[in-house]
Design a binder for this molecule. Structure first.
Ligand SMILES: Cc1cc2nc3c(=O)[nH]c(=O)nc-3n(C[C@H](O)[C@H](O)[C@H](O)COP(=O)(O)OP(=O)(O)OC[C@H]3O[C@@H](n4cnc5c(N)ncnc54)[C@H](O)[C@@H]3O)c2cc1C
Length: 449
């Protein structure tokens, strides 16, 4: 039931289905980059970790990761400085840089098979106003302690008025890296279970259909959080569509290019390039139009006709562009949430591992509160947008199956043959089996008599 991925397609199950009752010091729900990095960090600290994955390790958003590791992306520093002040932007810069270094060290520890390559990141923008915004971003970054410079983008393969460059970022092979994380965690004694979807939680227990784990600490690393309350994350996060398009015949270029507006990312591969096209909310029907948008807007400049494949996924975003990492709520100090990286999940997942293990081990974490799940920063526009989609999903007059998560009407994507929830982004195959959350149960896709 996994999606086809650009990096690998592992059919075989490597770890057992969980059966019966188990106990651990920490239960991690979800085996993507976040779950695996957190499991590795906690097990290196000496905790007994059990990780429970609904499908295969790395079968969620991580399967779609383009492998770009960067401390910048979008125009975050200027926005953060404006909203929360220079101190917050400096905290952001420090915590991102710390997570980036730890990620790079781990990739280098893995050796050549991680595919790690140092590369400069260029944030590009179009038009005069775009160039001005890049200038402002570069200044905010420098005030926060990140070295950045803006120049005309002489080598950029796509049209741009200016590029903001941050040196010495990097890229890797996300699936090989993920498998290394898993192997290292298992060596430290972590227990992994696949094909084991968590369907309910208690204070110190996670349950699947066939088994359970009792643990004082529970980490929800399921991408979109599967627990609605406490935390109310379903009103504060959205799943957006993204695609990877390998381009074997693209023009040659060096480094990594990220669109400042978040529409695309571009990196080179040993053979050609990898283009990441970002879209709107899951369920908005863009699977049909994305390829056309690529052909029209990007293919001519990249010197390629058709992409050599197209692989879809979804990424969680938050209103203020910062991920949610920390306790689920004030009342649940031992239940953790980690997600909403807005397309920068490699550094984000490492940050989650660092923050959560610091919390569990009682270590200080300077700047970690910035990411707390209970912070404000939810703009009325974002909430109204989500609430509008939710109300629309609940009240639509067309018959369609309802999502078992919160009851929205699903929409059918005939091209991909999947049902999608326009409210929170759950997906189901055409007979209703849940492919990705936040839903934890199958949908009833036939009209009952
Ligand atoms: C097209 C695209 C390109 C991207 N490129 C980059 C990039 O270049 N660089 C970068 O840093 N980031 C990138 N990202 C973002 C990055 O891939 C994600 O942020 C990151 O993979 C999220 O990891 P995760 O572990 O939090 O979530 P996921 O990878 O989604 O993992 C969650 C796991 O939880 C499991 N799960 C869900 N529900 C349950 C349940 N009930 N019980 C048990 N398990 C459950 C799922 O099966 C899944 O395996 C990209 C994203 C997309 C969509």
């Amino acid at each position: 039931m996994q999606q086809k991925t650009f990096w690998m397609h592992r059919e075989q199950q490597e770890y057992p289905i969980i059966r019966g009752r188990h106990s651990a010091d920490a239960a991690v729900v979800g085996g993507g980059l976040t779950g695996l990095m957190t499991a590795l960090w906690l097990s290196r600290a000496g905790l007994r970790v059990a990780l429970v994955e609904a499908a295969r390790l790395g079968s969620g958003a991580s399967a779609c990761c383009a492998g770009i590791a960067s401390v910048c992306g979008g125009l975050r520093y200027a926005r953060l400085e404006k909203r929360l002040g220079a101190g917050a932007a400096a905290d952001y810069a420090r915590t991102q840089a710390g997570a980036f270094r730890a990620l790079r060290d781990l990739a280098r520890e893995q050796g050549p098979s991680s595919g790690w390559r140092d590369a400069d990141v260029h944030l590009t923008a179009e038009g005069e106003s775009g160039a001005r915004r890049l200038e402002q971003e570069a200044q905010a970054m420098m005030r926060a302690g990140v070295a950045a410079s803006v120049a005309p983008p002489s080598l950029c393969p796509l049209p741009a008025a200016a590029a903001l460059t941050v040196r010495d970022m990097g890229m890797l092979h996300p699936m090989r890296f993920l498998r290394y994380l898993a192997a290292q965690a298992v060596r430290q004694g972590a227990k992994f279970y696949e094909d084991s979807r968590v369907t309910s939680l208690e204070t110190n227990m996670v349950h699947t259909e066939r088994g359970s784990v009792q643990a004082p600490y529970i980490i929800i690393a399921t991408g979109y959080p599967i627990v609605n309350t406490p935390g109310w994350y379903f009103l504060r996060m959205q799943q957006r569509q993204g695609w990877l398009l390998p381009l074997e015949s693209a023009v040659r270029f060096e480094g990594i290019y990220l669109d400042a507006e978040g529409r695309y990312a571009l990196r080179n591969l040993r053979d050609g390039a990898l283009f990441q096209l970002n879209g709107g909310p899951v369920g908005a029907g863009e699977n049909r139009t994305a390829l056309e948008a690529f052909r029209r807007n990007y293919a001519p400049a990249l010197g390629c006709g058709e992409p050599d494949g197209m692989y879809g996924g979804a990424e969680c975003v938050t209103a203020d562009g910062l991920p949610f990492i920390g306790p689920y709520s004030h009342k649940t100090p031992n239940l953790f949430v980690a997600g909403g990286y807005g397309g920068r999940g490699l550094v984000g997942a490492m940050l989650a591992a660092q923050i959560i293990s610091a919390r569990v081990l009682g270590l200080p974490g300077d700047g970690y509160d910035l990411y707390g799940g209970q912070r404000g920063g939810v703009t009325p526009r974002f909430v109204l947008g989500l609430a509008g989609r939710y109300a629309g999903g609940l009240t639509t007059r067309h018959w369609a199956p309802r999502c078992p998560h919160m009851g929205c009407r699903l929409v059918y994507d005939a091209r991909a043959r999947i049902w999608e929830c326009p409210c929170h982004g759950s997906r189901f195959d055409d007979i209703g089996r849940v492919l990705s959350g936040p839903a934890v149960h199958d949908a009833q896709v036939r009209r009952s008599k």
